[in-house]
Design a protein around this ligand. Structure first.
Ligand SMILES: *Cc1c(COP(=O)(O)O)cnc(C)c1O
Length: 400
């Protein structure tokens, strides 16, 4: 049996007529850049996330970049984030000339550790006379960029509290978490709509995927939304008059139309991913593998929040991870390592002065984690086959 990590064909086959009609409508209109399809999708995302404003952009990376530019973050500034995330999170900070400051992760959720964040803000960083904070290297701390990794929200209550106490902006990297719920008191908020800004990616393999690159910025403040809107189009308000230096961060009408057609299915897909996660848990327990593997935690499962984890990835920790990965590949089962090298150890960031041992949890996660197939159309037969293969791997190991 073949079990790919992700199979986009199955979803496409079920959506083909609806999506093709949207594509045809855009082609008939011959309006490809921004316009009514983009505006309609922005409105839909605003409604879906509960955010005040939404601005369609060209990718998740450009969403982060446009927000940093809108805040005027650049050389002399620093932004706090996680070392255990996709490169774009810290890459965008470096690209505007600011310094990424890494804080270790929580080993359960793989999201930024609020204990470590608090310790850094209260003790470790430098303090100016007016109370503003500076990194070790003297860069002014401007923002926290929490990542909702794998589809579960970072502890936003604590992050919001710390950001307010230290006058920092919050830019949520919600690229893996569109639709993820975060329970706060008696209320439930959605990923991206809790901080000052939220950034989404519609890269094809994300839980809501375009037919190419696409992204979205959501934000609380109207004037900031207006600024991102101008920045995504070369800082141009009136044609050929440029008030700022922006970029070409525009969302294509084709992508917006396709995504808008797919959005109504997202909650169903998230529920299917959660059901698959539950089935893995049952099967791993039945086979006694839940003692060997560490399964994903669901910190908000008992709160009543529906989309408490949207399982953009189902990530386990496994002994002899690399060998297991090879064993699965031999059995035609797809798996992936998110992420093999934490960002503080990437060569391009060597100038930041971090070294191995600085963030033990991120480094440990990079050595131990493995993502298994979890896509909505995955069958129970396929899941049993995956669990069988993993059981076979560890049984073989113990009998040797
Ligand atoms: C995918 C991703 C991005 C970048 O999104 P693109 O659309 O690929 O540019 C940023 N951050 C995280 C955490 C991601 O997973």
């Amino acid at each position: 049996m073949r079990v790919p990590l992700l199979d986009l064909q199955l979803q496409y086959q079920s959506l083909k007529p609806a999506v093709r009609a949207e594509v045809e409508a855009v082609m008939d209109s011959q309006q490809f850049i921004l316009g009514p399809k983009v505006e309609a999708f922005e409105a839909a995302i605003r409604q879906y996330t509960g955010a005040n404003h939404a601005v369609g952009v060209s990718s998740g990376t450009d969403a982060l970049l446009a927000v940093l530019m809108a805040l005027g973050i650049g050389p002399g500034d620093a932004v706090i984030t996680s070392p255990y995330t996709f490169f774009a999170t810290a890459g965008s900070i470096a690209r505007v000339g600011a310094e990424p400051v890494f804080i270790d992760i929580d080993p359960g959720t793989y999201n930024i550790s609020v204990e470590e964040l608090d310790a850094y803000l209260v003790q470790a960083c430098k303090r100016g006379r007016d109370g503003s904070l500076f990194s070790y290297s003297g860069k002014r701390l401007r923002a926290i960029m929490p990542v909702h990794l794998f589809g579960v929200c970072a502890p936003m209550d604590e992050i919001l509290y710390l950001a307010a106490a230290h006058r920092l902006e919050i830019i949520e990297d919600a690229a893996q978490a569109l639709g993820a719920d975060y329970p706060s008191g008696s209320e439930v908020f959605r990923a991206g709509a809790m901080g000052d800004f939220g950034c989404f990616s519609f890269f094809p393999s994300k839980n809501l995927g375009a037919f190419g690159d696409a992204g979205m910025v959501v934000c609380r403040d109207e004037s900031m939304a207006a600024k991102v809107r101008v920045l995504r189009n070369h800082g141009m308000e009136e044609r050929y008059f440029h008030s700022m230096v922006g970029g070409n961060f525009r969302l294509d009408a084709l992508q917006a139309a396709i995504l808008h057609a797919k959005l109504p299915f997202l909650d169903g897909w998230s529920a299917a991913r959660r059901a698959n996660a539950r089935f893995y848990r049952e099967e791993f327990a039945r086979r006694g593998l839940d003692n060997i593997l560490t399964l994903p935690v669901e910190p908000y499962a008992t709160t009543g929040a529906k989309n408490h984890h949207i399982y953009n990835q189902f990530v386990i920790r496994a002994p002899r991870r690399d060998e297991l990965c090879g064993h699965l590949a031999k059995n035609e089962i797809g798996s992936a390592i998110y992420y093999p090298v934490p960002l503080h150890l990437q060569r391009c960031f060597s100038r930041l002065g971090y070294k191995a041992g600085d963030f033990p949890e991120a480094e440990k996660a990079a050595l131990e984690t493995l993502a298994l197939p979890i896509y909505p159309e995955l069958t129970q037969d396929q899941q049993r086959y995956v669990v069988d293969a993993i059981a076979g791997f560890y049984a073989g190991a113990s009998s040797r």
